[in-house]
Write a protein that binds this ligand. Sequence first.
Ligand code: ADP
Length: 451
Amino acid sequence: MFNKVLIANRGEIALRIIRSCKELGIKTVAVYSEADKEALHVTFADEAVCIGPPQSKNSYLKSTSIISAAVITGADAIHPGYGFLAENGEFSEICSETGIKFIGPSREMIRMMGDKATAKETMRKKGVPVVPGSDGIINDVNEGKKIASKIGYPVIIKATAGGGGKGMRIVEKEEDFETLFQMARSEAEAGFSNPDVYIEKYLENPRHIEFQILGDKYGNVYHYGERDCSVQRRHQKLIEEAPSPIMDEDLRKRMGEAAVLGAKSINYEGAGTIEFLVDKYKNFYFMEMNTRIQVEHPVTEQIYDVDLVRNQILVAAGEKVDTLPLQEPLGHAIEFRINEEDWEKDFRPSPGRIESLNVPGGFGIRVDSHVYQSYIVPPYYDSLVSKLIIWGKNRERTIKRARRALEEYVIEGIKTTIPFHLKVLENEKFISGDFDTSFLDNFLKDIKLKS
Ligand code: ADP
């Protein structure tokens, strides 16, 4: 087992990883930028190293500084969390060349799955249904147009290196194709240093349903059911839940088997997520794989009674997965992303000082957060300040408990998405589980019209 793990991240996920390390008896090293001197991950780690100025590209994304911090402190492994360097194949390779274990997949696995166009090709060859579209990357406008008219409009142009709902363009008709194609390519170049794009059929009002998997080096791959992440604003997740309100035993079995097959086909080790789109006839299509721990992992932890980060660390150290999936999930869990955003002003960021704070508690409540009273939320990073995860015996009781917890949650000094979540919880469609990826954008349009 590792002696000391360096956490190459910040915020709630850095704390989350420190917690699992402590329970495993592993020492921890935090890294932090100058903007994060007062952060809790710095306080709770056994050691902390400053790795540079506030901007991520000069600190949390700077692999040389992170590796140096690991060498100086004698860390034998690095956990990347999510975002930053988590899906950077080169970083994974530098770690192994330096004799430090990267708690995540190898460069080769990241290449095969982190690149979305290649991942789809790999899955298609294994017989997993994929969203119809181009065979890999399309560089030429005319070739793109041909493919788009063959699969039929609307289509979506996606960056092969994309993520976080960015680098995607929907094209409704042929005359818009060229402009949007060029836009997507330059956005991809600017955002991900890779202009390559591919084309997919734009499915109408699908649900986003993803499967959690864990694999070890002995060839065991298990799935821990699904998460429904259809409540999205502009393709970015805001509320996630497990199980999915539309799931049945047969569909879970078929989708779960496809997810495990996909992961086994690349001998995947560690935690990963296989994302699917599901249409109204319950046909499912593979969309992409994430080769890391995800923001929304706690909903799975709650209903499968599994510590996913603990297992990630164990399998990276060469052990077997230590918590096998339950036959049946236990109850229901919903995660609300509490962001520092003013939802009434188009969700614009609202960093600043937290003047007062009351965190909800009681049975079935979990709060994964790095903020405290008088903490100053810096403007440099993503807007997540807290994840409120609610567990209940069934969906109905979970929703009632969620209302109660959101009402108890007081964060003053900055604007947050708490009042927005309370509004969503009043919506009939949400309450009845009848929603898809278009739900939230329509919900927001309705609110605007009424005001
Ligand atoms: P990212 O990795 O940036 O999050 P994804 O490929 O996971 O991007 O897509 C994010 C969201 O965009 C999906 O959850 C879905 O709502 C929407 N989306 C992506 N591809 C399609 C498609 N082919 N048809 C309909 N919606 C799509």
